[in-house]
Design a protein around this ligand. Structure first.
Ligand code: UGA
Length: 441
């Protein structure tokens, strides 16, 4: 099949590469010319395991190219995938301007096409967007109608950063929100995933499945964080509690890790968008707001533990370990490192930041000069305390004796349960974690 993918971010590039692996021919289009050229030269614009070799191999097939014009490749396409960003507006609404612009470009191509292509919305969009925005925009620019000149389908993506390629190659479900069963079946065949359950539904239901999935994941995390407060006050460890809870298959063990909260480009953004969307429809939801409020509180829990351990933060030197919103990425969007950094600075601490990949992105995010290093030992040397924000393996791999020897004052506050706590304690570290009993003073 001839495919066009609009948007060369995590979802777009990964989608394009998996389509090439499935034997299709793909043109990946991005409005950013430099980005499109870099990708054509084999360079991946972000850190994502496995993507660079997959890109290199796609480039050798002769079935993968990049460009900046959406209309021209759409003329001969069987399927066009919309993978552009839907960032949050300052008020929390999803910004659909990239979707609109891309839909227009696709429509201009559809106008000259004889193939009645599938127009597939993979971007995360508020329920109703495919029906109320994408279809009219493509129809207007193409002067053709849905179901005849093109077939619109909402086919949300569930991949995780850090495992994007694996997730896209082997999804746990394929949600196909089509207006007609035949078009939906064409998409299922195009993907050709074997043994993957298909949820065939309407476009609006497919869009809500995506929002509801992310909202539920975030709810699990905030639930664990609520229990963390109570557990610590009872002198028990929330990780033990959640292990006992998560063994119930109806609940599941995943996403019950308490800590400094969830970050990333999706969970916080989608929750805010869902909250505002529901309110605008006159159906305000109570959970998303509560889940976000709990999440905002969590970095403060780490600060509270640090203050308790050090008896105040003024003029203390603190290593902030991990800037990426999670390991195996250089992505700092909505990272909990930002509120932690700001709170530490506001309390008068001197902060040295460490991350193996995300230092530059974090410096850009903060704006002001940030004291930062990619050398973990340097970050720890002579500090009064360390606070862990990302569970990088480098932290677990550092011998306990090194933690003890390098830190001036052996205090570690672990916001992600990312190190061998017993080992550190045995080496003489005062180890604090969110949702755990305080160490003996
Ligand atoms: C999330 C979803 O997991 C994907 O299914 C979805 O496709 C994606 O958003 C998206 O909508 O594009 P991602 O943002 O890559 O994926 O990150 P997650 O692995 O979900 O982690 C999000 C945050 O939650 C991280 O900061 C992580 O540290 C935190 N987290 C996760 C916890 O604090 N506790 C947990 O138990 C699990």
């Amino acid at each position: 099949m001839q495919c066009v993918v609009a948007g060369a971010g995590y979802v777009g590039l990964t989608t394009a590469l998996v389509l090439v692996e499935k034997g299709h021919t793909v043109v990946l289009v991005d409005v950013d010319e430099a980005r499109a050229q870099r990708i054509a030269a084999g360079e991946v614009p972000f850190h994502e395991p496995g993507v660079e070799p997959a890109l290199k191999s796609a480039l050798t097939t002769g079935r993968f190219s990049t460009g900046t014009d959406l209309a021209a490749p759409t003329v001969t396409a069987d399927a066009v995938f919309l993978c552009v960003g839907t960032p949050a507006r300052p008020n929390g609404d999803a910004d659909l301007s990239f979707i609109k612009a891309a839909a227009k470009g696709i429509g201009r191509g559809v106008r000259r096409s004889n193939l009645a292509p599938l127009v597939i919305v993979k971007s995360t969009v508020p329920p109703g967007t495919t029906t109320d925005l994408v279809v009219p925009a493509v129809a207007k620019a193409s002067r053709k109608s849905e179901g005849a000149g093109f077939h619109a389908i909402a086919n949300p993506e569930f991949l995780r950063e850090g495992r994007a390629l694996e997730d896209a190659r082997r999804p746990d479900r394929l949600v196909v929100g089509a207006f007609g069963a035949e078009a939906g079946q064409r998409l299922v065949e195009l993907w050709g995933h074997e043994g993957v359950p298909v949820v065939a539904t309407s476009p609006t239901a497919a869009e809500l499945i995506k929002y509801a999935s992310n909202a539920f994941l975030a709810t699990k995390v905030s639930f664990a964080n609520e229990m963390a407060l109570l557990a610590a006050s009872l002198g028990v460890d929330v990780y033990e509690v959640m292990r006992g809870v998560g063994l119930d298959p109806r609940i599941g063990a995943e996403f019950l890790r308490a800590g400094v909260g969830f970050g990333g480009s999706c969970l916080p953004k989608d929750l805010k968008a869902l909250h505002r969307f529901a309110r605008r429809r006159g159906k305000p939801l109570r959970l998303p707001r509560a889940v976000l409020e709990i999440n905002e509180r969590q970095p403060q829990e780490a600060i509270r533990l640090l203050e308790h351990a050090l008896g105040g933060l003024a003029d203390k030197s603190v290593a902030l370990l991990g800037l990426a919103f999670k390991p195996d990425t250089d992505d700092v969007r909505e990272t909990r490192a930002l509120p932690l950094y700001r709170a530490l600075r506001a309390a008068g601490a001197r902060v040295i930041c460490w991350d193996p990949l995300a230092v530059k992105n974090f410096q850009r995010l903060v704006g002001d000069p940030v004291d930062a290093t990619e050398d973990l030992r340097q970050a720890l040397t002579g500090r009064d305390a360390a606070v862990i924000q990302t569970e990088w393996t480098q932290l677990r791999d550092l011998p306990a004796d090194d933690w003890k020897r390098l830190l001036r004052n052996p205090v570690v506050v672990d916001g992600r349960r990312s190190v061998d706590a017993a080992g550190l304690v045995a080496a003489g570290i005062r180890y604090y974690a969110i949702g755990a009993p305080l160490p003996p003073s």
